[in-house]
Design a binder for this molecule. Structure first.
Ligand SMILES: Nc1ncnc2c1ncn2[C@@H]1O[C@H](COP(=O)(O)OP(=O)(O)OP(=O)(O)O)[C@@H](O)[C@H]1O
Length: 327
């Protein structure tokens, strides 16, 4: 990423890497690791929505979790508004969390089933903002109203709500500490199709109203196109392409992005590149370009060197050595 982008950024990620050790590695064999995220650098500007797309297992969730330091990186750093998160001890990090929150795919799992919704909302208000008694209660109700629910809902338990309502509650809880950055990990993919649009609209409205920076993780390219300003494409833990959303959808530069877009429902273009084969194991990824084993444009050189992320035009980057191809 360019230094200008870093200067404007709220969150800057440099060289983020996560290897999960493989359990049960036998004695005498070299230790193995799942290479979930490899050398990812990115920026998110204040109020910006950055989409993260890629097939299952490409490392999207791990990037999101690393950015909030819910997972310890193997290497690399995350800088939030000038603060290197790696330099914070556990207590300081807990306090710092008020600025960065996460919305998960499954709102039922992210809400405590034994807490009323009111209590679930008051917890972060007390912990992070120091609100007490009536002030906390009033603010909890205000949060419920913000997400389209009402005072009556505060006394109920999560099981009394539909999936869409539960996700609204999870959103309210994430907003309670007045964060500036939210990671939303597939926030609507577990919901009925009929309520997905409502919850997405709500998220989009709140994001704009509050000027939130958002990392929006999704495998649904049509949703990503609508909600994001920029998109990062991941494959086997590595960044393949980053561009402004319109640019990426109109002029994909990386063969993997083109294949993803052409495979998506609703694609109406002429060429259709089929993404053949399986994603290789992240324990032993291909040498050079990790996508080369499924890439119709791969040449011998692609096995030799890991392509760097190059800027093709303003803000449009790709990690591919081939410029002589038509996608
Ligand atoms: N705690 C963990 N321990 C071991 N391996 C893990 C762990 N978390 C993730 N992985 C592995 O890391 C890789 C990336 O996973 P991740 O969940 O980040 O991908 P993803 O793109 O979010 O996938 P999905 O779309 O299916 O959620 C996968 O191979 C996954 O199995």
């Amino acid at each position: 990423m360019s230094t200008t982008e870093e200067t404007k950024a709220l969150v800057t990620v440099r060289g983020l890497t996560k290897h999960f050790p493989v359990r049960g590695a036998s004695f005498g064999k070299p230790a193995q690791a799942v290479r979930a995220v490899e050398d990812v650098s990115l920026t998110v500007a204040p109020g910006e929505v950055l989409g993260v797309v890629g097939e299952s297992g490409s490392g999207k969730s791990t990037v999101g979790r690393l950015m909030l330091r819910l997972v310890e990186p193997t290497a690399g750093e995350v800088i939030f508004d000038g603060q290197n998160l790696g330099a914070l001890g556990p207590t300081a990090l807990r306090k710092f969390r008020r600025h960065m929150q996460m919305i998960f795919q499954d709102p039922f799992a992210s809400l405590n089933s034994r807490m009323t919704v009111g209590d679930a909302l008051m917890e972060p208000l007390k912990l992070h903002l120091g609100l007490k008694g009536r002030d906390a209660e009033d603010q909890a109700v205000a949060l419920l109203e913000k997400v389209g629910l009402s005072t009556d809902h505060a006394k109920r338990y999560p099981r009394a709500f539909s999936g869409g309502q539960r996700q609204r509650i999870a959103i309210a809880r994430a907003l309670a500490s007045s964060p500036r950055f939210i990671v939303a990990d597939e926030p609507v993919s577990a919901l009925d199709v009929s309520v997905q649009a409502d919850v997405l609209n709500l998220m989009q409205n709140l994001q704009q109203e509050l000027g939130l920076a958002l990392l929006f993780i999704s495998h649904d390219l049509s949703v990503v196109e609508v909600i994001t300003d920029r998109v990062m494409v991941l494959y086997l833990g590595r960044v393949m392409e980053v561009a402004r959303t319109e640019d990426l959808y109109d002029n994909p530069a990386h063969p993997y992005t083109a294949a993803l877009l052409q495979a998506a429902p609703g694609y109406t273009g002429e060429s259709r590149q089929i993404l053949g084969g399986e994603i290789p194991s992240p324990i032993a990824p291909p040498s050079g370009c990790v996508f080369r084993t499924r890439c119709p444009f791969a040449i011998a050189e692609c096995a030799q060197t890991i392509p760097i992320l190059r800027e093709l035009s303003a803000g449009h980057y790709k990690a591919c050595i081939r410029d002589d191809i038509t996608l």
